[in-house]
Design a protein around this ligand. Sequence first.
Ligand SMILES: [Fe+2]
Length: 225
Amino acid sequence: MSEQKSHRDPAWLLDLDEKCKPYLAKLVKVTPISEASDDKMRQGLLQAGVAIVEPFRHWLTRMKERTEPGTPAHTFLTENEEEETLHWMWWLDMAEPYGLRKEDFDKVTLSRPMRELNEYLWECSRSAPLPVAIAAVNYCIETAAAQMTAAFTNAYADRLGDKAGRWVQAHKEGDVEHSETARELLVDLTAGDPALQEQATRAALRAYELFYAAMSNAIPADAVA
Ligand SMILES: [Fe+2]
């Protein structure tokens, strides 16, 4: 898909990138994960795992079901869905050194901000116009997860080792190909439709707002050991 990378981003998408920057800057200031106590890490892994990582593949499935086989959106969502199924397994591996097992994830009660984020992404993936869902689920969440992972990765990846560190390794540089393709789809699916571009922009910013609220609640400042 590298030939797509030369694509020029339209003004509305560049404008959205700018509007997201303050959120990304705030996100990397959420208590550094490497400094959080094990107990807070467990809470963060459980909350983010249940609210975001486990359902991510289901959001992609809901979106895929609304696309025609053979279209770029369908292909992208199919590939991404397979990968995110694997990433959920890797998340469970990452939780293991913290003494967490899969069963522990079944018993989680989400915090209110995590639940709000989760519900918003379910709603977008089920019923928002496809580029609006892509803006919230792919553009926002993938970018934000990559930025957070990159900011906290060093001490953390060392501690985890090879198997448990796979999720961090996969996300620390962001999923370059996926985010490129998500941008392409955002551009193509909203071409010539300023109202839809505006709706996609609002959805991405709303998702950032909810993501920040959820993460700062999951790993709050008092989490430092
Ligand atoms: Fe992932």
